[in-house]
Design a protein around this ligand. Sequence first.
Ligand code: PEP
Ligand code: MG
Length: 747
Amino acid sequence: MADGTETESRKLLGRLREVMAGSDAGQTRLDKITNLIADSMKSEVCSVYLFRDEETLELCATEGLKPEAVHKTRMRLGEGLVGRVARTGNIINTPDAPSERGFRYMVETGEERFSSFLGIPIQRLGDSLGVLVVQSRDARKFSADEVYGLEVVAMVIAEMTELGAFVGEGAALSPLHQQSVMIKASTAQEGAAEGHIWLHEPRVVVANPIAEDPHRELERLQEAVEQLRVGVDKMLEMSRNGDKEQLQVLEAYRMFANSKGWMRRMEEDISRGLSAEASVEKEQNQARSRMSQVTDAYLRERLSDLDDLSNRLLRILTGQGKETGADMPPDPILVARNIGPGDLLDYGRSLRGIVLEEGSVGSHAAIVARALAIPLLVHAEKITTEALNGDHIMVDGDQGVVHLRPDDQVVSAFRDKIAMQAKAQERYTSIRDKLAETLDGEVVSMNMNAGLMTDLPSLESSGAEGVGLFRTELQFLIRNKMPKRSELVATYARVLDAAQGKRVVFRTLDIGSDKVLPYMKPNDEPNPALGWRAIRVGLDKPGILRMQLQALLRAANGRPLTIMFPFVAQFEEYRSARAEVDKAIAGEIKLGHALPSSLEVGAMLETPSLAFAPQKFFDEVGFLSIGGNDLKQFFFAADRENERVRRRYDTLNVSFLSLIERIVERCEISGTPVSFCGEDAGRPIEALCLAAIGIRNLSMRPASIGPVKSLLRRSNLQEVRKIITDARHRGEQSVRPAVMEWLRLQG
Ligand code: PEP
Ligand code: MG
């Protein structure tokens, strides 16, 4: 690194600090900054583009381009070179911009005169805020030192943006953290909640990105890193006698904490003029943007270790974080990027709601949130950037929307909605012990889905007839090591005790795809949903399946038992799995153990192939349960976890309903009991249509039983069936509009 450039970069940061310390309005500051940078880089143009909304970048200040283009010139994410830098997070440095792929000049700016182009992303903690651009007339390629220097400047601009330095009259940006914001998200657990934000890991605010005294900053960094290392060593020491894999993780973690490369890069950043905390954040930024690009699971884990270490280091340097002793509000709604099941269980029922920036509908956190009956939204983009501790927030788990700092109108509409829901709840309670009998006298059996002990009290309160789907993998997922057979026996026995004679359908372990056991080596599969999962694992490595079957037989101990195999795609798989049950029974007889008083063995129908299995399969299988979540994703070839496509195809699409009808018909021929246990069973309109095409047994989350039963009791299935048939004859894609219209006419 040339000393001269280093001094140049420090000088520039020194001048930036002066601008920031002045009392200018936001726009003037930004103008001065572009002017300073152009001057320091000896180039004609310096511009700052910032995001207007998620998709649009706006020229917010420029030195060298036409001033009248400021706040006029806009481009979409990915458009032109600037849009490309913003989208990819990668720098573009070219002496001949017009020959670059995707180049597009904005006539109104007059930029056609400039040949070289250097675009640097302005990012904060992986979030893209905009692009810093330097252009010059001569065809020059900027040196590595110049690029590096400008990266440091971009980092400072990002910090200033975050601190609201460009906010004010005629400002480039509107104030963060003050406006009311609506964020769309995905529902992992329904329900509505109002409260105040509790950040699981509060954002660290870097108030002074520019170093006043680099030597002092270097010392601060070294002291903090030392403290970090001591902390990690302590963690390691404490886990010495514990779990081997956890130890391996910590070893890797320590390796990072001691990484010379990481330290050297941060020291270099400081010598360029950044403060210690800004240098940590700059490296963290880079790790985050790499994280979003790498697909290799191992590398991602390591980058996420680095992210975690950076957070710790930032907390040490700034003294901010959990140890600030801020009090949790009385009505906390937890906001986090992501959270593990252990942490969530620590908070327990004290939370009113949870909003995660990442997470997924099938994640462990979602499983726990469901068990605790706390509304949970995931994929709430930028929520951790927008939210501050203590902010007022409303979580609409039914619509999948978060209202942050809502205005009065939203507040009153939302409260009305909560009041209406409370009223509806009263109605549901009043029909709890009544049958789901339709106006034309058809009775639909209402059952609930469960997976943890905490679910079981709902059997009583929801009025469910039984547990139509007990997802046994949840017991495996929330632990940090494989449960022993004796533990499983005890758990299943407690489930049967709690069910007090009601039928419980135990589904054998459904792991793989989105459900990865924390203590099993993850499979690096290109397409896990289509991969080695559920019964495939059970049959290929029968150890766990056998242990589970034995545990179930022993837990039943003379009581009735129902077992169901997940994800059966062909007859032979059912036969092999069924043979394992017979083997387990033979083993129990040998040991002189009591057998269940009755035994039902069935399969989940989750792949279209099974709907077309030989009739003999339907004759042999004890019962079938349609797993609509998986069946639908394979039928439409649309990943249930992929936000882009998961809502694209309607369950009430005529083709999908035809498939279900076909399954019902085949079950009727063989007299095979059939139920439906995917999420759609708990959606009133979907449930109504499923009943209309012949499903007489539904299993859903407990909270859905009231709304579904209430609608069924007010409907005539023959009429609904006719509406479905007519819509199909009219060639409609989905029967939803026709059914909705019918419901509207029914009032
Ligand atoms: C389903 O696929 O519909 C189902 C009930 O199983 P899971 O959601 O657990 O995959
Ligand atoms: Mg499934």
